[in-house]
Write a protein that binds this ligand. Structure first.
Ligand SMILES: [Zn+2]
Ligand SMILES: [Zn+2]
Length: 487
């Protein structure tokens, strides 16, 4: 009987039919897109500024790529991969991170033969089956940069700079945490020293750290548990274990960061969780996130990865990835304003003949390319159209009514100042261009100063009070006639 009850409780979970997002995943609604758009814009600009070229890799990859690349002993591979066997029997995963895929592409397409380093920029969704908690999503987004085929420390410093610049350009203050975990050789020595140290204290470690000690002792250093944190104060320091080559490389990176006057701290406790890192590693912490609970991004050198994934020869590389979800959350938390792009021209119409003419005119304006345009041809009411235009905060509205169709004129309304004028239908594009130029210069548009213009001018009141006064379709017609300067 008991068994049966359990079964009945469990069953609905497996055949979950309520049509909402999958646990840990979310929709990004239109009203939130401006933040994402801004982040993508900045990322793209940085990629151009430092010559990183866009690459898109598939969301699905063979599991083997991450087992070998990220490491079978890491959290990602042990428990966080969305993996499944497809109809053909292949073991696939939704990519949990970006670097391994980019390296696979580098090897697969023989980019070793191109001028080195080959510099990539990517942006897109990644998937990890993490414990759901606030601010963490199972589908999350990153943009990243990877430079493959070069070991010069200037490259490390420049990548560190690029990540910092992207945050700074978005208005987020951050501090760079930087460390070196050495090459494979010096790190082995260090791991031994760490295990030796922690073995004597193992009773004081959290369960997680006890488990990790034998397999991935570096992870003990970035455990967030209070007990483990206090233990690390006396732990051996990686910098004392670096061989000369690794130490020199790191000192050069630090030297460039000093020269660039970047806000960084040497943090011997950041280790990044993935097996492929070597030498320089770094993270970006928001200035008010002193414990680094929500790093906004990070990266490092991964000189061994290309060989691990089947590259022909040792190929040094370095990269970084930025967490877009956390960046957007930080922008909102800090009330960072995202400049909204305002539409230049809204095309409004009244009456059947006018609507036809307006639709054709709209296509011409759109193709002109000098303006951003909008419309609401699905509305017949002028009042409703003007409300929409007002809500969009468009710069100018063109209004065409029956009378205008007959006259071959159109009404141009400056939505800010409320100034209206009638212009020749055939001169719309020229007139608009002229006014937008002035608008963009920030000049107060005073059409009364325009001597060439024979246009009639009317100053009218606040648009919203005007719209309020427009109550129905009939009044629309009266209104457009009123707007039309009692011609
Ligand atoms: Zn070394
Ligand atoms: Zn711990």
């Amino acid at each position: 009987m008991e068994k049966k009850v359990v079964k009945e409780i469990k069953k609905p979970k497996k055949t979950k039919r309520d049509l909402s997002t999958v646990t840990g995943m979310r929709d990004i609604l239109p009203q939130d897109q401006k933040y994402w758009e801004r982040v993508r814009e900045v990322a793209k600009q940085i990629s151009k500024d430092y010559d990183y070229e866009r690459i898109d890799t598939p969301i699905l990859e063979y599991s083997e790529l991450f087992v070998r690349g990220v490491g079978s002993q890491t959290d990602i591979v042990e428990k966080e991969m969305f993996s499944f066997v497809d109809q053909g029997g292949d073991s696939l995963v939704l990519r949990p991170e970006g670097t391994a895929s980019v390296v696979r592409a580098y090897i697969q397409h023989g980019l070793l033969n191109h001028t080195q380093p080959v510099k990539f920029f990517y942006e897109g969704p990644l998937f990890r089956h993490e414990k759901p908690q606030s601010g963490r999503y199972r589908q999350f987004f990153q943009f990243g940069f990877e430079a493959i085929g070069e070991d010069n420390p200037a490259l490390d410093a420049q990548l560190i700079l690029m990540g910092w610049n992207s945050l700074n350009d978005l208005g987020i203050e951050s501090v760079i945490q930087v460390n070196s975990i050495g090459c494979k050789e010096c790190r082995e020595e260090y791991k031994k020293a760490l295990v030796k140290y922690y073995k004597t204290k193992s009773k004081l470690l959290c369960e997680n750290c006890k488990n990790k000690m034998g397999r991935n002792p570096l992870r003990l250093l970035d455990c967030k548990e209070e007990g483990c944190r206090s233990l690390r104060e006396d732990s051996p320091q990686i910098l004392d274990y670096l061989d000369d080559a690794c130490k020199n490389h790191f000192m050069k990176v630090i030297g460039y960061l000093d020269e660039l006057d970047l806000p960084y701290v040497l943090n011997p406790y950041i280790v990044r969780g993935l097996d492929y890192y070597t030498r320089t590693i770094f993270e970006y912490w928001a200035i008010d996130d002193v414990e680094g609970k929500n790093a906004l991004g990070g990266g490092g050198r991964y000189d061994g990865l290309i060989k691990i994934l089947g590259g022909r020869e040792e190929t040094p590389a370095c990269g970084l990835a930025m967490g877009m979800d956390r960046i957007v959350a930080k922008m909102r938390e800090k009330n960072i304003e995202v400049p909204e792009e305002r539409i230049d021209v809204f095309v409004a119409q009244l009456g059947d003949a006018a609507k036809k003419k307006a639709m054709v005119m709209y296509e011409n304006l759109r193709k002109n390319g000098s303006f951003t345009v909008s419309q609401a041809f699905h509305k017949d009411s002028l009042k409703k159209q003007l409300e929409i235009a007002n809500k969009m905060r468009v710069k100018f509205t063109l209004i065409i009514g029956q009378k205008e169709v007959g006259d071959g004129t159109i009404m141009l309304r400056d939505m800010q100042g409320g100034v209206q004028e009638v212009i020749d239908f055939n001169k719309i594009e020229r007139e608009l261009k002229k006014r937008l130029e002035k608008y963009n210069e920030g000049a107060v548009i005073d059409l009364t100063q325009n001597e060439e213009s024979e246009n009639k001018i009317e100053m009218s009141g606040n648009i919203s009070s005007e719209i309020e006064s427009l109550e129905d379709q009939k009044e629309d017609i009266e209104e457009i006639e009123k707007l039309d300067l009692e011609k």
